[in-house]
Structure formats: structure tokens, C-alpha cells
Design a protein around this ligand. Structure first.
Ligand SMILES: Nc1ncnc2c1ncn2[C@@H]1O[C@H](COP(=O)(O)OP(=O)(O)OP(=O)(O)O)[C@@H](O)[C@H]1O
Ligand SMILES: [Mg+2]
Length: 398
């Protein structure tokens, strides 16, 4: 087993830069998800780790050793691709045994009839057979070891591809959207299987996905990427609760975070929808900021001190156990979404709702460039006040 260390990895195709100076340390045994929108460079980074693509600058270390000069099969990494990349003319067993026969038999021994005469080949093949069988049992695919990939379901093919990676006993598993070809129900099932497999094997996994739910539910840490850069690295809770930028905040969480335009008033307080929030943003007075509020932090009934936002009801999406309520903000086309559990939903919820409530402590503040700013100097648990009312500084007596 081994950790991974990427130092200043850059890559471009032609004149187009795709990855810019990526630094990333992945701990031994960690499950790290690389997430980000389509085209942000996830697969390219994974292929560089696998040795299938060569970086333009920077170095890669596996288990503390630089591997830049090593070819893919010398790196002790195994990759599972989105399309599984199984050989259609080979059985499940043959597909899984292939990486081992390639590694352990010489060219002559691999010729079917010539090699059969070699006692060494018979011994090696017996060992390979036992190894492959052990992995098929672990993945519960032993009953269809003699079938061809075309005779398998999507989920079964996915497990074979995983098995082919496992037989090599890699130090690092690299997975590129391995579940994206499966239907929604099977994806949920395989998520659990993969997470359990990771726990059992204790192996380092780098898992590429653009599905934030997969990343949030399976990974120890997420690296959120955009346009060839890592915007934030952290546990799912850190990334969700303290998104480093608007892009991260929008990417993680479903439905997406609400964004409300605001500004910094003369006293340095964030002013939103006529309220001065007990948040002093470290940006120049007068500068525009954006407030992010998660849909589940939006309340239908205000608590004391909440900011109250006038809204117009648009529609309700009933998801069974909960509903997503869509509202529009005044004088703008912008929407604000609110998720509510259906058993807490008043009968008149929706059309009759003219205001929504938010606590200042639930407001994320982003500067003009879209980066999170940490408010200073005031107690974020204090109530929001209409603009013009003086707020109590943090630590001051009530
Ligand atoms: N071989 C290549 N030649 C030229 N451009 C490439 C090549 N491979 C990838 N790119 C470009 O590099 C960028 C990053 O591609 P990459 O496949 O890494 O994205 P991704 O994050 O995996 O996206 P997706 O989620 O759609 O799989 C894209 O703009 C893509 O068009
Ligand atoms: Mg990709």
C-alpha cells in the first residue's frame, strides 16, 4: 500500500492548458474523490497518475518514490475505466487473468500450444487460477466466470472490471467514473459495495466522478476541481459546510446553494435585502458580495433575529418524503429554493408564503471574485437588524 504525492503537475494539449500546477497529497489507504464539472481535467490527472499520459511539468510520487520514469505496469496502480474496457472475446476468467499472465509468462509461454509443454507455465497458470478464483469469490462473480462480457449485466461487468484491477494487488486503485453506465438503483448499490471494498482492502483509492452525491457519500476527502485547478481539498463535511468559493458551493449539494446579491455597507457590515447582518466582511465598504444559503437552511417560519426575505411562490416539487419549494426574489428573475420535510409542511405552504427566513449564521459570504470571506469582529449568532440599527460587537456586554 502507498500514499500518493503530486507536486506541481501541469499539462496542456497543444496550446490549451488543461492542468495548472496541481499539488496534492493523498494519504496511504485514503479514499479521495476528484470531483468537478465536465472537462475540468479529472481524467487527465488520473491518466497522469496511471502513467497513461505524461505531464509537462512536475513530479509524481507513489509510496514516497518518484515514478515519473516508470511505465504504467511498473507503477503498482490499477485503473478501472468508465466503459470497463473488457475484451469481448474473452471469458470473465480470461479477462481477469490477463494482467497476471502478461506479467508472469514470457512471450513464448503465452503462445497457447507451445507454452502448454512448459511445466513452469502449468505451475504459474495454476497459481493465477487460484488467485483469480479468490477474487471472483470476494466479488461474488464466481458463478459466471466462464461467460463472455456480452452475457453479463452492467453491474456484473463493472464487478469484473474491478476484479481485473484487484488481481494485480495494486498499491493504488484509480477509478474513472466507474458507475456512470449503471442505472440509478444499481449505482446506489455499487456505491456501498465499493466503499465496503475500500474498507476491506484498506487500499488507496482515487475516484473520479462528476456526481457530487457519489463523492460525498464514499470519499474520505474530496478535491473539487474546476478549469484544471483544485479549488478545495477537504472532508465532505468541510467542503459542504465551508465551501471555499461560489463554484464549490454550487457544485456540492443538491439542490444547489441559493445565491443572493448583497453589498458591504459603510460600517463594513454585510447588507442583504434591507438587513444588516451581524457579519463584518473584510472587503471594502460598497463592494458587492454574494450570500450563499443552503436550501435546507431556508425557513418558512421565522425564528427571532432571522432575516426575512420577501418572495413570490413559483412551484413545489414533491419528492415523496420532502419537497423543494421554488420562490422568486423581488425585482429579479433569481430564484430561491427551500427544502422542507413533507411532515413539517403546513397545508397552506407554498402559494400563501410571502416571506422566507434565514439565520445570519447560515449565510456564507463570497467576495466579488467568488471566494469565501470569513466574517470578522461580530457575533454571527446575533440577530440581523434592519439597515441603520447599530449591532453589538462580539464579546460586548448585552
Ligand atoms: N488527448 C487529448 N487531446 C486534446 N485535448 C484533450 C485530450 N484529452 C483531454 N483533452 C481536453 O482536456 C480537457 C480536460 O479533459 P478531461 O478528460 O481530463 O476532463 P474531465 O474532467 O475528465 O471531463 P469529463 O467529466 O467530461 O470526463 C478537456 O477540455 C478535453 O477536451
Ligand atoms: Mg473524464
Amino acid at each position: 500500500m502507498a500514499g500518493l504525492s503530486l507536486k506541481g503537475i501541469s499539462k496542456g494539449f497543444g496550446n490549451t492548458p488543461v492542468l495548472g500546477h496541481i499539488d496534492l497529497d493523498i494519504v496511504d489507504g485514503e479514499f479521495l474523490a476528484l470531483v468537478g464539472p465536465s472537462g475540468c481535467g479529472k481524467s487527465t490527472l488520473l491518466r497522469i497518475i496511471a502513467g497513461l499520459e505524461r505531464q509537462d511539468a512536475g513530479s509524481l510520487f507513489i509510496g514516497g518514490k518518484e515514478v515519473d520514469h516508470l511505465r504504467p505496469h511498473e507503477r503498482k496502480v490499477a485503473m478501472v475505466f468508465q466503459n470497463y474496457a473488457l475484451y469481448p472475446h474473452m471469458t470473465v476468467f480470461e479477462n481477469m487473468a490477463l494482467p497476471l499472465t502478461m506479467a508472469r509468462l514470457n512471450l513464448l509461454e503465452r503462445i497457447p500450444f507451445v507454452g502448454a509443454l512448459s511445466s513452469r507455465k502449468r505451475r504459474v497458470m495454476q497459481e493465477i487460477k487460484q488467485h483469480v478464483q479468490a477474487v471472483t469469490e470476494q466479488l461474488r462473480i464466481e458463478t459466471f466466470a466462464s461467460r463472455k462480457p456480452s452475457q453479463l449485466s452492467g453491474g456484473q461487468r463493472q464487478r469484473v472490471a474491478l476484479g481485473r484491477a484487484m488481481v494485480r494487488d495494486p498499491d493504488v486503485f484509480l477509478m474513472d467514473e466507474p458507475l456512470s453506465n449503471l442505472d440509478a438503483k444499481l449505482r446506489v448499490h455499487m456505491r456501498t459495495e465499493l466503499a465496503e471494498l475500500h474498507d476491506r482492502l484498506g487500499v488507496t483509492m482515487v475516484y473520479v466522478t462528476h456526481d457530487q452525491v457519489e463523492a460525498m457519500t464514499m470519499a474520505d476527502r474530496l478535491a473539487v476541481m474546476d478549469q484544471g485547478a483544485i479549488l478545495q481539498l477537504g472532508t465532505p463535511a468541510e467542503v459542504y459546510e465551508q465551501p471555499a468559493s461560489i463554484v464549490v458551493a454550487q457544485f456540492i449539494g443538491s439542490p444547489g446553494i441559493n445565491l443572493i446579491p448583497a453589498k458591504v455597507g459603510p460600517a463594513g457590515l454585510v447588507e442583504m435585502m434591507g438587513f444588516a447582518l451581524p457579519l463584518r466582511a473584510p472587503v471594502l465598504p460598497g463592494a458587492p458580495v454574494t450570500i450563499g444559503v443552503r436550501p435546507e437552511a431556508v425557513r418558512l417560519q421565522p425564528l427571532p433575529g432571522d432575516i426575512q426575505i420577501p418572495v413570490k411562490f413559483r412551484r413545489r416539487e414533491n419528492l415523496g418524503s420532502e419537497s423543494i419549494l421554488h420562490f422568486s426574489l423581488p425585482q429579479t428573475e433569481a430564484s430561491i429554493l427551500c427544502t422542507v420535510s413533507n411532515d413539517q409542511l403546513p397545508a397552506n405552504a407554498g402559494a400563501s408564503q410571502t416571506t422566507l427566513a434565514v439565520a445570519a449564521s447560515q449565510c456564507h459570504v463570497f467576495d466579488e471574485g467568488g471566494w469565501r470571506v470569513t466574517p470578522v469582529g461580530l457575533d454571527a449568532r446575533a440577530p440581523a437588524m434592519p439597515v441603520g440599527v447599530q449591532l453589538r460587537p462580539m464579546g460586548a456586554a448585552a
